[in-house]
Design a protein. Sequence first.
Length: 295
Amino acid sequence: MTPDLKKMIALLPSPKHPLRGRRTVPLNLPENIICFGRRAASALNQPQRGRALHRRFVLMLALQTGVTVRVDDREITLNEGEGLMVFPFQFHDYTNPGDETLQWLFITFDLVDDGTMQALRYQPFAISPAMRSLATELVAAYLKTGPAANDLITLQLSLLLAHIRQTKPASQRRAKPTLAPGLFTKVNEIVEDKAQPPNVKVMASTLGISVSHLRARFRESCGVSLGKHLRRLRLEKARGLLRLSTRRVTEIAEMCGFSSVYTFSRAFHTAYGVAPLNYRKGGHVKLQTNQRRKK
């Protein structure tokens, strides 16, 4: 027993009622968790064509060597000993590494966004000793197999996220805008606000620019066409709904702007190498070589 624990036990009050304790609230637990590491700066941007974009949260912990992370339209300096959360549907890639040798931990996961994570958007945070300890235990559990290990993975990540939400920002530095300030965020917000994915004409009108100007600015900023980006958004939204909701596949196809469930199923299988129903039952995606968006 550590001295600190002894001091805290001495501070504990006597219970007012032996059977009435603190009540719990429904937990918003992460799902479909993947952990992996990167030990070389050149391995961060894979593939080189296009910037990574997907429906999942990405937690990155820079344990050794700092790198500039471009998220949407901003450049964020992520120093050694700091972490950053990338949200679903955010573009991200990496530039200006301090050294080729690095040690980064990535944790990607699905989570119903209940608003508690929003303070972390574009905001690096310092990795505390408690966070490092929790990350160590999480990776140790991830390296094991079996249902018990899966429960530990979920609980350890939940604890890590709770610590991150309570931490103060790493600094007051501002994320620097790059090309087309706010364009990524605005496009994604328009898509999220609409019950049905809007066409490019409606989107350009909403932004107050011409269709050709919107397409050119978008390709210049992220290295991918607007049409391809919107298609990715539709498919990634569908993938999230398949994992996190009980809606029927036909309903998900309609919500994501596909003309029929057959068109949706074909597009989903082409993109991920698995049928929508099989994916919902736990099937793993098999991205085509030119579609892989690993870190």
